[in-house]
Design a protein around this ligand. Structure first.
Ligand code: MG
Length: 486
């Protein structure tokens, strides 16, 4: 290194300290204390479903209070608007198509997340964290692909979605899914029941979570609670049935809120509140086609399974008293895989050698005025089609076929409505002025479209795009189940 380069490096170091000094201080503090990590992940909960995001009377007082005690993101995105893909991104820090997990894996599929990938649980094992998942896994149902093979010490829950069941009552109004085996409830690697009473799932996940915190109160832990609810078929325990007076969906939400409260109260009981980073989010937007059994996207357009904002923008609240300022509202764009490097930072763990897509959110959480760490976010769906992207205030949708609920009769009481498919062209929206994506500005802003297209082309080289028959050079494969079991 010559003298000039030494000077430049010194200058960069000074700039970085000046820009992120508070964050670096917090990192050191966090690293020294090995904070506990709790992630609570709802399934198909919409942007408008929490009191702190919605304009309806709230049924989620504990989550609303959690947002008051910490930070609430207004522009937080799921990596893909569907179950397995979203979870793959959360747990690996990568766009789901980088790790070749897209869509929702069914019991008929013969692959799962590749064991070459590093999950959040494996990441924090570097620091000897105790790890557990209580809830829906959905990254491969074969015993050799269940959570305990990906760094989790303990697992209790469903291996995939609760509607992937042959029981007629789990898919009312549809042909029974006779091709699927009875829905298993798994503890560790063993199915301990089939077709479990789903009204007890939220309670039993919560009981496991509370016991895990209590048992591990004297050492660092990572607890992941991916709820089965409020994914249809909706089920609620007798404690909450009819409690809100606003229908089953609200009762289910009230029970999830209770569950969050149980976890937060247990942390408080063991004096762990200030030693624990708690994150709450949803895997994708609401399944609106189910009408009163689907959630609400609030003011956002469309819902689950689309890359309009209603499909990909989700609630996200995070709390860590003493580290993240209370009543923080973050309006910069961020995305689910960002938690991976953020958690690596606060736990002092080393990132994996292979590339990831997430960016550290710690400066955004702790230093007012920090900008999004992303120049652009890319929204893939259905066979790795690059269907949309966001850069700053601009959102560009590429021509593709959308599964739409606009103008249809929505479903009711667990029976789905009939969605329609429609082809869209190039659509440009200014999200700052037009949150509901109603005014297409593509024709009047060709310069913006061209600039975004250029960014999209670079991403297509990297991760591919089925819409343009492009295979990405940096895509890593999923992993097939052992041949004898296929
Ligand atoms: Mg989902």
């Amino acid at each position: 290194m010559n003298q000039f380069h030494r000077f430049i490096n010194l200058l960069l170091g000074v700039c970085l300290i000046g820009h992120g000094g508070a964050a670096a201080g917090a990192q050191d503090q966090a690293t020294n204390s090995s904070p506990n990590i709790v992630i609570i992940y709802a399934d198909d909960l919409g942007y408008g479903d929490l009191g702190c995001y919605g304009d309806m009377p709230s049924v989620t007082p504990r989550l609303d209070r959690m947002a008051e005690q910490g930070a609430r993101f207004t522009d937080f995105y799921s990596a893909q608007p569907v179950c397995s893909a979203s979870r793959a991104a959360l747990l690996t820090g990568c766009y789901s198509n980088r790790v070749s997990i897209v869509g929702a894996l069914s019991p008929a599929q013969h692959y799962g997340l590749n064991h070459q990938e590093v999950t959040l649980a494996q990441l924090v094992k570097q620091k000897n964290y105790a790890t557990a998942i209580y809830g829906k896994w959905h990254l491969g149902h074969h015993p050799d692909f269940l959570p305990k093979t990906f760094g989790f010490d303990d697992y209790y829950g469903l291996p995939y979605s609760n509607d992937m069941s042959p029981l007629p009552e789990d898919n009312p109004g549809s042909e029974p899914k006779k091709q699927f085996p009875p829905l298993p409830l798994i503890a560790g690697t063993t199915a301990i029941a089939t077709s479990p009473d789903q009204s007890q799932l939220t309670t039993s996940y919560t009981e496991h979570a509370v016991k895990f915190i209590t048992d591990h109160r004297d050492r660092p832990f990572f607890l992941y609670v991916p709820h089965t609810m409020p994914h249809v078929p909706l089920r609620v325990s007798s404690k909450f049935a009819g409690k809100t007076g606003r229908g089953l969906y609200s009762d289910v939400m009230a029970e999830i809120d209770w569950s969050v409260g149980q976890i937060l109260d247990t942390l408080e009981q063991h004096k762990l509140t200030e030693r624990t980073l708690v994150i709450f989010s949803s895997d994708n937007g609401p399944w609106k086609v189910f009408g009163n059994h689907g959630g609400s996207p609030g003011p956002l357009r469309e819902s689950k399974g689309t890359v309009y904002e209603g499909g990909v923008r989700v609630p996200c609240i995070v709390r860590w008293p003493g580290h993240i300022p209370a009543k923080t509202v973050i309006r910069e764009p961020a995305i689910m895989m960002d938690w991976f490097p953020t958690i690596a930072r606060v736990t002092g763990c080393q990132l994996p050698a292979q590339p990831i897509d997430g960016r550290d959110l710690w400066p955004l959480l702790t230093v007012p005025g920090t900008k999004s760490p992303h120049d652009a976010l890319f929204f893939y769906y259905r066979d790795c089609e690059l269907q949309a992207m966001r850069s700053g205030r601009w959102k560009l949708l590429f021509p593709h076929e959308v599964g739409s609920t606009e103008g249809i009769v929505l479903g009711r009481d667990g029976v789905s409505g009939r969605g329609i498919r429609r082809q869209i062209g190039l659509e440009l929206y200014d999200l700052q002025e037009d949150l509901s994506e109603q005014r297409n500005l593509a024709e009047s802003h060709p310069d913006v479209v061209a600039a975004l297209q250029k960014q999209a082309d670079a991403m297509r080289e990297e991760l591919g795009d089925r819409l343009q028959q492009k295979i990405g050079k940096a895509v890593r494969p999923h992993e097939d189940f052992p041949a004898s079991t296929q």
